[in-house]
Ligand binder design. Sequence first.
Ligand code: ADP
Ligand code: GLC
Length: 479
Amino acid sequence: MAKILMVASEAAPFVKTGGLADVVGALAPALAASGEEVAVVLPKYRAIRLDRAERVFHEMPIWLGASLYNVAIDELQSEGVRFYFVDCPALYDRAGIYNEKNLDYPDNPVRFAVLCRAALGIVRHLFRPRILHAHDWPAALVAPYARHLLAGDPTFLGIKLLLTIHNMGYQGIFPRAALAELGFDDSVLSPGGMEFFGQINFLKAGIVWSDAINTVSPTYAREIQTPEFGFGLDGLLRDRAAALSGILNGAHYAEWNPEHDPQLSHRYSADDLTGKLSSKLALLAEFGLSADTGNRPLLGIVSRMADQKGFDLIAAIESELMAENVALVVLGSGDPRYETMFRELARSYPDRAGVRIGYDEALAHRIEAGADIFLMPSRYEPCGLNQMYSLRYGTPPVVRATGGLNDTIEDSTGFKFAEYSGRALLRAIREALNEYRSPDRWQARMRRGMRKNFPWKVAASQYAALYGRLAEGSADLHP
Ligand code: ADP
Ligand code: GLC
């Protein structure tokens, strides 16, 4: 058993912009349920409402270079986990989490550096763990702070550092000039340190100074060691291959289960699928699509709208896809290019294509339930959660065979394509549509997917094993 302190910029149910929040919010309680002592450090953003929290530290001075940030720490216990919220209104009391109107906050380097330094303050004063587990670039600076800037401080001796990478596409790259504001001097600027093509790179620093690194699927752990997926850090990751592993995320079935999903007006299970058709009709009505669309296969998408997600492939095949007489519902927001593309698609096919630009958790559930086929043609996908949900909801997914999509979807449960091209995507969709026309075969496929299981308990036990090997100082850090 180990004592673990996680550091992250988001965790459900407190704050969520993507899968990272789902993972931190589910992994921590799953570890606690298996007997580990777990705490999580998060920024106290404006959107976070804490009724039952207790102020456990009133004034923690954090010096970064010449600037002083005075933070306070609030604590809330939930599902067996202690959540520590770093209160620093000047940095976190804002309308957005990372950005507003698609513009990143210019002081993001300092905002997340303070999160990391506050986590080290928590280690000193409130919760001394055996493992300090950082997630993604916003938490990655705990490693250079503990191992470089504060090296020799006995507080951090014996604590092992793990960095989980959820997405290589977001590294926290900033101008060199930010370095002084973070309290580092030029000694971290060597190519073996934080320097990255003349700039500074938070994720790189985390990879360099952590004891172990993992990503969220075994396939992605291999892919990021190649130039195509490494976003410039593949060489460094190859150097650190002995300390790098992949642990597949779980799915939070307490929330994502069509048998007792409170967001659905019609529930269903593998044994009784009638509620699935009712869910489809309800979803068509919700999007204002024609009811006779009920006979057409309904494709669903729920996603951040980013290059990562492969929407340029959908743009490339749009007219051929719609010529197949399918219906389509889309929920997402992000890059205005893709928002516009989907809006225009809905305008061109008003009776059978519907789009909602925005973030709507309840609607995400209703799309998983109401669609016949789920689309995830990602260019890359570290793990991906929606394809696991769609299996459980009897909505076979069409996915690109990359990262976690490759590790969770089989040819018997979904439709995979390898080449990143519109042609390959269209071929996979046509294969799905073809099978959809044979109800027996289709229902057998739905049921196979619905019986697949990716419980958090399994992922948590793999993390526990990795923590154990790290704590022992084992040279082999692979699961
Ligand atoms: P990523 O983290 O890359 O965005 P994941 O598949 O890991 O992708 O996780 C995405 C999570 O965010 C899922 O829980 C999904 O349901 C949710 N999600 C994404 N976009 C939306 C949206 N527009 N509305 C509601 N939920 C969304
Ligand atoms: C990232 C990835 C996604 C993964 C999620 C949680 O946002 O894009 O694939 O599922 O993190 O690990």
